[in-house]
Design a protein around this ligand. Structure first.
Ligand code: RB5
Length: 147
């Protein structure tokens, strides 16, 4: 597994820290793009920091955190080449990899607890893209970036 980028705003900071500790336990390498405390910081800038690591190839995937997971996913999905999924359950975290080839998982620090978050991260990082008919649909998403 390649390195994982982490980024959060103040609303996602505590959950990011929980997931960071889980990555440490699992021996999964990461780049922590901050933030590094609960001081207020705007999530669009944090989304860009994490996504840039994926687009540059330094990281394989990114995990982004804000209060809901929604705002930071909206920002991430404005960036070409990013397919970000805001998930609140294990089924979605697994199938956004299998069917959507998502490269970014967004989680809400005020929505999900650390146990569920780490389970979702585990599924997200370890589920391969199925390709086949799903590749055509992912390619159609990429086409939308050009329209
Ligand atoms: C920050 O208070 C909060 O709005 C942000 O973390 C996020 O939930 C936005 O979607």
């Amino acid at each position: 597994m390649g390195k994982i980028a982490l980024a959060c705003d103040h609303g996602g900071f505590l959950l990011k820290e929980e997931v960071r500790r889980w990555l440490d336990e699992k021996g999964i390498e990461y780049v922590d793009c901050g933030s590094y405390d609960t001081a207020a910081v705007d999530y669009p800038f944090q989304a860009k920091k994490g996504c840039d690591k994926v687009l540059s190839g330094e990281c394989e995937k990114a995990l982004l955190f804000c209060g809901t997971g929604v705002g930071i996913s909206m920002a991430a999905n404005k960036i070409k080449g990013i397919r970000a999924a805001c998930c609140e359950n294990c089924f979605s975290a697994k199938f956004t990899r299998a069917h959507n080839d998502a490269n970014v998982l967004c989680l809400g620090g005020r929505v999900v607890g650390p146990g569920l978050a780490c389970e979702m991260v585990d599924l997200f990082l370890n589920t391969p893209f199925e390709g086949g008919r799903h590749k055509r649909r992912v390619d159609e998403i990429t086409e939308l970036e050009r329209s």
